[in-house]
Design a protein around this ligand. Structure first.
Ligand code: PLP
Length: 437
């Protein structure tokens, strides 16, 4: 059957052929350079320097045999996926260019983009879980991710075990042994080890290397996935430390302008393929316009993150000496030896999102938030503008009180994401707002 197709069919050329990734005279080009053109050939689009936005729901096949070949790839009858463009729920030129470029930042073989960070998280988990399985996850996770595991997957017979972000190797061995026993009892497997580091909103770090060692020592084949939204893609590359799949809310630093919602995952092709298959079925791919905006954002992601990181260092230096401030959860000032050790081994920068603990409680935090003039009172992070919010009463409102307390999500915690404004202006704003507390 396949022979007959091969005899008549030339595969449709990809509109964004994958060139040899980033080599110039044997020298490896850096992501910042590759973001300007990688994966896009202007000659295939009338010479347009930038990729056009391909607003189409479906793609015309060269001939019927090509259509059949593509569907064999889409449906998994032939390994390797579709060789060309088929239908916009499966793929599209803007999304494929985006995926090629996203993979570069994490040193991944493949990437998939989604309509939101939560679509990425949920399709990923669904792709790996069956009835009776156990998910092991670090805590805290972004509240919606945690809720999906505890409230949605549980409806389909998937259970979970969690461990605190800074868990030691012994604690990890212990939780994985329990998870194996639980999975055996339920007639399932340990489907995934899911991490978030730094955790939202506490900034607690997970020792990815120790998780990898513990997973291997337990002879588990479960993939290790990690939400790298807070430090990625610039300051942390979890695949280098033993993670298999990296997860992003692209809404944050990658999109970077607080004007879109999207998500992605990246990793080896063998880990991406089951998720791509489920995305093909369920939908949830980022739309072409959002993918195009993300391509624009990726051109400046390094510049924006560097500037935001420098600003955050200056702002935190000011805040830590302030008499209304009880403490800071900023990765540049880690005092805990275990957390500092993880940071030194895993991370390349302290980021620009941190927790500010104000002396007092909710009332004092609200006064501070209401007095801010430059920083905006909004949830989210990683944009060009500085944002501040109160996780206990906003993003993490649905987390039960006892769990909030055990995770350190206290009433006097304000989460701040520093943008790329002038650092002195930001310091003046925080100073006057703290004056109102
Ligand atoms: N992961 C983290 C760490 C987040 O902070 C968020 C959103 O705030 C998400 C995932 C979900 O992303 P999205 O809002 O793009 O669905």
């Amino acid at each position: 059957m396949t022979d007959a197709i091969d005899a008549t069919d030339k595969p449709t050329p990809r509109r964004n052929p994958k060139p040899e990734v980033g080599k110039l005279n044997g020298r490896q080009m850096k992501p910042a350079t590759l973001m300007m053109g990688h994966g896009y050939d202007p000659a295939l689009s009338e010479g347009s320097l930038k990729a056009p936005i391909f607003l189409t729901s479906t793609f015309a096949f060269e001939n019927a045999a090509a259509g059949k070949r593509h569907f064999e790839g889409i449906t998994g009858q032939r390994p390797g996926g579709a060789e060309g463009l088929v239908y916009s729920r499966f793929n599209g030129p803007n999304q494929e260019i985006l995926e090629d470029r996203l993979a570069i930042w994490d040193g991944a073989e493949d990437a998939l983009c989604f309509s939101s960070g939560m679509t990425a998280v949920t399709v990923l988990m669904l792709a790996y879980c069956s009835v009776g399985d156990v998910i092991v996850h670090s805590g805290p996770l972004y509240a919606a991710s945690e809720g999906f595991v505890s409230k949605v997957l549980s409806k389909f017979g998937v259970t979970y075990l969690d461990f605190p972000a800074g868990a030691t190797r012994e604690e990890l061995d212990d939780v994985l042994a329990k998870a194996k026993a639980q999975a055996d009892e339920q007639g399932g497997k340990v489907a995934m080890v899911y991490l978030e580091s730094p955790a939202n909103p506490t900034n607690a770090l997970v020792d990815v290397q120790a998780v990898r060692d513990a997973r291997d020592a337990a002879s588990l084949e479960s993939p290790i996935a990690i939400d790298n939204t807070f430090l990625g893609p610039l300051w942390s590359r979890p695949l280098d430390h033993g993670a298999d799949i990296v997860v992003y809310s692209l809404t944050k630093y990658v999109g970077g302008h607080s004007d879109l919602v999207a998500g992605s995952i990246a990793g080896a092709k063998k880990w991406m393929d089951p998720v791509r298959a489920l995305r093909n079925t369920m939908g949830g791919i980022a739309d072409p316009n959002t993918a195009w905006m993300l391509l624009r954002s990726l051109e400046t992601v390094e510049l924006r993150m560097q500037r935001a990181g420098e600003n955050a260092a200056m702002v935190c230096e000011f805040l830590r000496g302030h008499d209304k401030v009880e403490g800071l959860g900023y990765l540049g000032f880690i005092s805990d030896a275990r957390q500092k050790d993880i940071y030194d081994r895993h991370d390349l920068g302290a980021g620009s999102t941190f927790s500010l603990f104000i002396k007092g409680g909710e009332e004092e935090c609200f006064r501070f938030l209401d007095a801010l003039k430059i920083a905006k009172l909004a949830v989210s992070l990683g944009g060009t503008e500085t944002l501040a919010s109160h996780p206990a009463s906003m993003t993490h409102l649905s987390v039960p009180h006892a769990r909030k307390q055990s995770l350190g999500i206290s009433d006097n915690l304000v989460r701040i994401s520093i943008g790329i404004e002038d650092a002195d202006d930001l310091i003046a704003d925080f100073d006057q707002a703290l004056g109102e507390v």
